[in-house]
Design a protein. Structure first.
Length: 135
């Protein structure tokens, strides 16, 4: 087998893997009847900590404040809500649907300290949470 044949074979295999990953992604994030009642996706988060507080930033573009619930439950931070599908006209075909819609929930384990949700802000598609450490 020549180097070119090996390269072509590897390229074909890589393309097939990408296609399978895209199919899985579409199936995982496709809206369904059960998604209306149960969380169907988790938003990505960044977390930063210093001696006084923990800052959590969740990526939630298109989520309205009234569709969002945030609270501390024991040693977990819970962020849950709903990203609604945009209004589309009758007869409109969906050509691509990569952004997850429907109910979401993210539970983040917190360290052994006690935390209080100090403040939160939803701006520019990001939810910023400040959790103060309790003595």
């Amino acid at each position: 087998m020549s180097d070119r044949d090996l390269g072509d074979m590897m390229w074909a295999e890589a393309c097939a893997l990408i296609e399978r990953a895209e199919r899985l992604h579409r199936r995982f994030f496709s809206p369904s009847a059960s998604a209306a009642q149960h969380a169907s996706w988790e938003p990505p988060v960044d977390m930063f900590e210093n001696e006084r507080e923990v800052l959590v930033v969740a990526v939630l573009p298109g989520v309205a404040r009234e569709d969002l619930e945030v609270y501390v439950d024991a040693n977990e931070l819970v962020v849950r809500g709903l990203r609604r599908m945009p209004k589309i006209g009758r007869g409109t075909a969906i050509r691509r649907l990569e952004v997850p819609y429907g109910r979401f929930e993210r539970r983040i384990a917190l360290s052994g300290a006690l935390f209080r949700l100090h403040r939160w802000e939803l701006a520019n598609g990001c939810l910023s949470l400040s959790l103060s450490k309790q003595p």
